[in-house]
Design a protein. Sequence first.
Length: 425
Amino acid sequence: MASKVKAEGDAIDKEPIDYSILAVSVLGVTYNAILAFINHNIMPLTSTAVVASEILILAYSFGYILKKGLYEEDIVPLGYLLATVALTVYVMVINKAGYIDHLRNVLIIFAFTVLGRWSNERTLRLAFKICCLAVLAALLCEIISTPAYVALFHPAEYFQNTRGVPPATYSDSGLFRGALGFEGRFSFGLIDHRSSSIFLEQVSLANFCGVMVIYLVSFANRITLFDRLIFMATIVLILVTNDTRTMLIFTIVSVAGYVIYPLIPKIFSFLMMPAIVMVGFIIHAFKPNARDDDFVGRISGTVRNIIAMDLPATMGLELDKATTFVDSGYVYITYGATIFGLILFWLFVSFYPAGQTPNQKRLCHSLSLFMFLNLMIGSTAIFSMKTAGLGWLLVGFLKFNEGATARIRGSTTQSERTPAGTAVS
C-alpha cells in the first residue's frame, strides 16, 4: 500500500505544471494586493484598474478554454452560463438599465470550473499552496506589525481611490474601515482589528478561510502532511484574528463532516439550501426584531427581506433595489437575476459537483453548506474571484479526476472526446 501511494506521488510530481492555469489562479487571489502596492508606491489607481484586472484575467481564461476546445464535459457549465446571459439580457431590457453583476459572477464560476477540468493535480496543489503561503505571509506581517502591513499596502487609501470608500474618521491606522470592527462585536481579542491579509478587507479573508477548509476536507488525503499543517495553521490563524463567526461555525461543522459527509447521499446537497432557509425562518420566529450586526441579526434581516419580496421583485422588475440587499444574498440574487437565477445557482451548486467518491461527497456537501449559509448573511462575497476562483477550480478538477468520470478521462484521449458542438447537434 505504501509503495502504491509513493508511486502515485512520484507520478504527480512528474506532471508538467500548467503555468497558464497556475497564473490565472494565483493572480485571481492576489491581484488586489498587487494593485494596492502599485496605488501607493508607483501611481494612484482608480476603479478602472480593478475592473480591467478582472476582465484581463477572465479574458485570458476564456482564451485558454477556447484554445483547448469545449467538449461534452463542459455542456452543463456552458448551459448555466448561456441561461444566465439570457436572464441578464431580460433583466436589463425590462428595467432599461445596465446590470451585469450576476453575469460576472457566473462567468467566474464557468471559467474556473472548466479550468479545473483541464488542470492536473500538481498544478492544482501548487496553486492552492502558493495562495495559502501568500496569505499566511501577509497575515503574519499584519499580526506582528500592523504599521509595516499598512506601509506595504495602504488599504484605506487603496479602497478610497478604487472603490470610493473614505477612510474611517475615527481611526488613522490606515486600515480599511470595515476591518476596524466595533465595540461589542464577537472577537477573540488577539489583535485590535479584523485581519485582512492580502485581501485588504476582512470579508474576503474569511471566505478564503472557508475555501481552504473545503480544500482540506476534500483533498487532505491527496496532499503531504507538511502541506496539511500549513493549511491548518493558516485556517486557525485566520479564525482567531479575523473574528469571523460564520467561518468558525463552518469549520467546526466541516471537521465532523470529514467523517460524516461520505456517509450522506448527494441529494442532501440539494436539500441544504431549503434546510438553511427553513432554519433561518425558525430563528426569525424567535427573534423577529433582531437587527444587530451579528449572526442572528443578519439571518433575521434576510428572512424579513425574503418575506417582503413581491411578485415583481421575483421576476426582476425591481432591479434598482438589488444593491440595497448587500447582507441578504438570496434576495440580492433574486432582485438582480430573477427567482430563476437563484434556482439555477441552487441547482448548479447542488448537482454539478460529483458525488461518487468520499472526497467528492466531502466537496459537494461542504460546498453547499459554504454557499447557502453565506447567502443568509452576505451577498456577493462568495462570488468574488479572490475566493471563488480557487473553489470552483477544485470543483472542476475533482469532478473529472476521481470516480467513474476519472476512468473515462484517463482512458479517452482529447481527440476521442466529443466536442460540445457535436454533442449538442
